[in-house]
Design a protein around this ligand. Structure first.
Ligand code: SF4
Length: 79
């Protein structure tokens, strides 16, 4: 199809806490109602230049349990 950037595949894309502006681009620090890459195209007339693909989720890495420690929003139940 096209090689235009896709926010859903970009590591800078976030879902905002603000229901009026549900999408967020961390690279350019703005929230929007439409996907940020569409906003960029409509304002700048060019594709987003900041796109950076998300890390490969299937990439071989050590499981979190093997590394140890509390990760993200896990709860330490041993205390
Ligand atoms: S950097 Fe570009 S592709 Fe990535 S979230 Fe922002 S607007 Fe979308």
């Amino acid at each position: 199809m096209t090689d235009s950037p896709n926010c859903w595949k970009c590591r800078f894309f976030k879902i905002s806490w603000d229901p009026r502006f549900p999408y967020e681009c961390e690279a350019m620090h703005f929230k929007s109602q439409a996907l940020p890459c569409i906003q960029v195209m409509s304002i700048d007339g060019r594709h987003c230049q900041w796109f950076l693909s998300k890390p490969d989720e299937n990439q071989d890495s050590e499981p979190a349990e093997a590394i140890g420690g509390i990760k993200g929003n896990q709860i330490d139940r041993s205390a």
